[in-house]
Design a protein around this ligand. Structure first.
Ligand code: PLP
Length: 391
């Protein structure tokens, strides 16, 4: 046998292991100091009640002969697909039920979708970026080119006609920068993709953080997107499903005259056996009106944390974006410190842990990511420490 040597081209990610090592070393030398982690990308609030009740009653159903379920439809139960369809309708996007595929989260589908595309496509990835886009394409041996996201374009790069690319990754609201494309900007990407016969892989994992009606939560709010875009969504950040696992992917039938929708169905029915019934019942509860109210309370909690962080940075004139429609706050390290210098500075002076921007790509150097997923108490305490220190 021969191994897939493309794996040798994946760069080892030392980001989170280096963070852990530095934090552990600091903690060992300073056992009396309380470290506050504002670098986490995972949610901390529990599942909401209506979801837990749905999970419990679905579990009960599984223990009764008459209501027990075995293999389900690979693309998801209709009860959940209909809820997702109605959710899209609430932001004026009409989808057919067979354009919606229930998955175990956005990460798997972002990787798996590449089965549909030939290896000799050129992939465009914004820098800085969620590392999964780069690594999954590197594993397959595709050529990757980068587009710069930086302060001069507010971390929202736009296409230019000289680019020759086939597969385009966009993530809005963005991880790590929190930047959000408006409709005019997304329209430029949609027009580019349609004109150049490219496909946009639109990662909308953080759409639920958008509260401004004018900002698009789905790429399908943009005219022409159904002929060029696949959208990936997740209940992870929306409803605290990071450990429960559920998401959905939209593959419109207008894409390549239905070919990609058909291929994705074939791929999923061949390589995937569906999300557990119990989990899909929990996910269904998220889309009920009670569920929406309860998850909104949690989202508001994170948003308030983001506001507390933003206000402190503003007070000290630290340039930053994000936070408003995203759990991520992306800041420019003060005094031209590098990302890792600022990491050490925060850890040693105020015992706050964040994520160095350089870990997300070359344009992240000199920037830093804080998240609003911590507890309110910790967020307040961390910002008080920073405020006192910078006074
Ligand atoms: N896309 C982005 C941009 C993310 O940041 C994450 C998780 O952090 C995911 C996708 C993965 O989400 P899921 O938990 O649904 O796999």
């Amino acid at each position: 046998m021969k191994v897939n040597t493309n794996y040798q081209n994946i760069s080892d990610s030392y980001l989170f292991s280096t963070i852990a090592k530095k934090v552990n070393e600091f903690a060992a030398k300073n056992p009396d100091k309380k470290i506050i982690r504002l670098g986490i990308g995972d949610v901390t609030l529990p599942l909401c009640k209506v979801v837990v009740n749905a999970l419990k009653s679905a579990s009960e159903e599984m223990g009764v002969k008459e209501t027990f379920r075995g293999y389900g439809p690979e693309q998801g139960y209709d009860f959940l697909r209909e809820k997702v369809q109605a959710y899209y309708k609430s932001h004026n996007v009409s989808l057919d039920i067979d354009e919606i595929f229930i998955s175990d989260g956005a990460k798997s589908d972002l990787g798996n979708i590449l089965d549909l595309f030939a290896v000799d496509n050129t992939v465009l990835v914004p820098d800085p970026v969620y590392p999964v886009y780069v690594d999954t394409n590197t594993m397959a041996g595709r050529k990757i080119v980068y587009i710069d996201a930086n302060a001069s374009n507010n971390f929202l790069p736009l296409p230019d006609e000289s680019m020759k690319v086939d597969i385009i990754y966009l993530c809005s609201p963005n991880n790590p920068t929190g930047a959000v494309y408006n409709k005019e900007q997304l329209k430029k990407w949609v027009d580019y993709a349609n004109k150049n016969k490219a496909v946009i892989l639109f990662d909308a994992a953080y759409e639920c953080f958008i509260t401004d009606e004018n900002l698009p939560r789905s790429i399908y709010e943009i005219e022409g997107a159904k002929t060029c875009a696949i959208e990936f969504c997740s209940l992870s950040k929306m409803a605290g499903f990071t450990g429960t696992r559920c998401g959905y992917t939209v593959v419109p039938k207008a894409l390549e005259n239905g070919l990609l929708n058909k291929m994705w169905l074939r791929r999923q029915t061949t390589k995937f056996n569906g999300v557990p019934y119990i989990v899909q019942k929990g996910a269904e509860a998220v889309f009920t009106s009670e569920g929406q109210t309860e998850i909104q309370e949690n989202l508001n909690y994170y948003k308030e944390n983001a506001k507390i962080i933003s206000q402190t940075l503003e007070k000290h004139n630290i340039w930053h974006i994000g936070g408003k429609h995203s759990p991520y706050i992306w800041l420019k390290c003060p005094n031209n410190m590098s990302s890792w210098e600022f990491f050490d500075y925060l850890l040693s002076n105020v015992q706050i842990v964040g994520t160095p921007g350089s870990g997300f790509g070359k344009n992240g150097e000199g920037y830093f990511r804080l998240t609003s997923f911590g507890s309110r108490e910790n967020t307040i305490e961390a910002m008080k420490r920073l405020d006192d220190f910078l006074k």
